[in-house]
Ligand binder design. Structure first.
Ligand code: ADP
Ligand code: MG
Length: 474
């Protein structure tokens, strides 16, 4: 048995209006070559200008990942030739990236773990190539889109940890509003480094799998690569340090280039962009825009509200859902029952009709009103479920539905007691029978009260009052 070690380099496009170094739109377009400026094409004489919002979003992310932020950040040129890189170099960060030495928390099988982040740096995306048989076309829409690359330390030791890290990172982007992080649009892609070793303390030779484009492919690529390396080592061979590619159709990796063919990028300072001083006041402002993140919210939900990790995890999956839940608490809801209503009925409705929580008719306030109708005994929880579903489907408030359906329970003790007494009056023999041991006569009496009220008496209150009444002397 070998111990696998995994390190990830995750690229994620940032959400900005324009590209990182030009005024072309940073927008997804089905039509190729719509959003291009001369800078993105690398035409002679171009002058890149850094996008302030790109810097801001990357600082936000660096903070959220607990990174150290340098006083000045610098940009460097990474030189290589490829058809998707018209300038012949990529503007990236090498010497002083936007963040170093950070971490993100993950939880795998109930165990917390810190995934260490070596650095996160701001760069530009390449153009995209569309391959058709014996020719390829280039689409420059993506060229120059701000890209944040986050590099972890080689510190994950299972597929589950790697996927948990990717999910955690994706949620930070979403919570911070720094990216839509859509893998189906190629907005989040990653290079996966895998090695095997006999011992925790020694790292084996790593193999890098380039540009894996979905979490599922990352998972499959890691599994496949661990298997391939295990077979080589078990047969007495050794692992060659190389770059491979994952082929999702055949679910295998194949070699792209070996260590000897590694590219020398000849990094040097980007002469057109001076070092950027990061003003501490600006940094403080940016910090304030970072909301409580998933991990933090899960801890609060478990420790302060007594929710299970399972429930808390469902609630924080999307920031909007977490905010909805927290809003119900502000309105005075009991956390556990609010969580139950949200994760069962409301989420079920959202999934069935594919409605995001932001488009839901039912406001947190309405949900709390419904919960109060149950806790005050006006309607039963079974009725509340019906009302809630109807409210979601017909877009009517729970209060108006309760009225419309005439299902309000006779809730107060006094009201029910009047009817209980009536029933006892109609059946004078019951107390004797109860004394003689027919204790199930209580069920009969409760049934009578229900009948008289056409099911609108609160069953628990009715039972309690019948119990009290039956043991009373004349
Ligand atoms: P390089 O110099 O080849 O770029 P780095 O040390 O900068 O390598 O690491 C690049 C990525 O590879 C990082 O994500 C890091 O965590 C990962 N990595 C480095 N060594 C290993 C290893 N032995 N096993 C798995 N991943 C590794
Ligand atoms: Mg890079």
């Amino acid at each position: 048995m070998y111990i696998p070690t995994i390190g990830l380099e995750v690229h994620c496009e940032l959400k900005t209006n324009t590209k990182n170094f030009s005024s072309a739109a940073n927008a997804y377009s089905e039509i190729p070559n719509r959003n291009i400026a001369t800078v993105d094409l690398g035409l002679p004489g171009i002058l890149p200008v850094i996008n302030e919002n790109g810097v801001k979003q990357s600082l936000k992310m660096a903070f959220a990942m607990h990174c150290e932020i340098p006083e000045f950040m610098t940009f460097e040129r990474k030189n290589y030739f490829y058809p998707d890189l018209p300038k012949g170099y990529q503007i990236t960060q090498f010497d002083q990236p936007v963040g170093v030495n950070g971490y993100l928390m993950i939880n795998v099988n109930g165990e917390d773990k810190k995934v260490l982040i070596h650095d996160t740096h701001l760069e530009e995306d390449t153009a995209s190539l569309d391959h058709y048989g014996n020719y390829s076309l280039i689409d420059y829409n993506r060229a120059g889109v701000p890209l944040l690359e986050t590099v972890t330390e080689p510190c994950m030791h299972s597929v589950e940890e790697a996927i948990a890290f990717l999910e955690s990172l994706r949620s930070v982007f979403l919570y911070c509003g720094a990216s839509e992080a859509r893998t189906d649009r190629g907005q989040m892609r990653c290079d996966v480094n895998v090695s095997l070793s006999d011992s925790e303390n020694i790292l084996g030779t790593k193999v890098e799998i380039k540009n894996v484009n979905s979490f599922n492919n990352v998972k499959e690529a890691i599994i496949t690569e661990i298997k391939r390396q295990t077979e080589i080592l078990e047969a007495g061979g050794s692992i060659a340090q190389e770059t491979r590619r994952y082929d999702e159709n055949n679910m295998c990796t194949y070699s792209m280039r070996s260590k000897e063919d590694a590219i020398d990028y000849k990094y040097f300072k980007e002469p057109n962009i001076p070092p950027i001083k990061i003003e501490r006041e600006w940094l403080e402002e940016i910090k304030k825009e970072i909301p409580a993140l998933q991990y933090e919210r899960i801890t609060t939900y478990m420790e302060e509200y007594g929710l299970s990790r399972y429930d808390a995890t469902i609630l924080v999956k999307e920031k909007e859902m977490a905010e909805y839940f927290e809003e119900t608490l502000k309105e005075g809801a009991d956390p556990k029952s609010a969580c139950n209503w949200i994760t069962s009925v409301i989420l079920g409705h959202m999934n069935k009709y594919e409605i995001p929580i932001t488009k839901l008719f039912l406001t947190p306030k309405m949900l709390v009103e419904l919960m109060e109708l149950v806790s005050s005994g006006k309607i039963s929880s079974k009725q509340a479920k019906e009302v809630l579903l109807k409210s979601l489907e017909e877009e009517k408030s729970p209060a108006s539905l309760v009225e419309e359906l005439g299902i309000e329970q006779i809730g107060t003790d006094d009201e029910i007691l009047v009817i209980v007494k009536e029933v006892f009056g109609e059946h004078p023999e019951v107390k004797e029978q109860y004394k003689a041991g027919r204790t199930n006569i209580v069920d009969f009496l409760v049934g009578q009260v229900m009948k008289k009220t056409r099911g609108q008496a609160n069953p628990a209150t009715t039972r309690k009052l019948v119990q009290e009444e039956i043991v009373k002397g004349e």
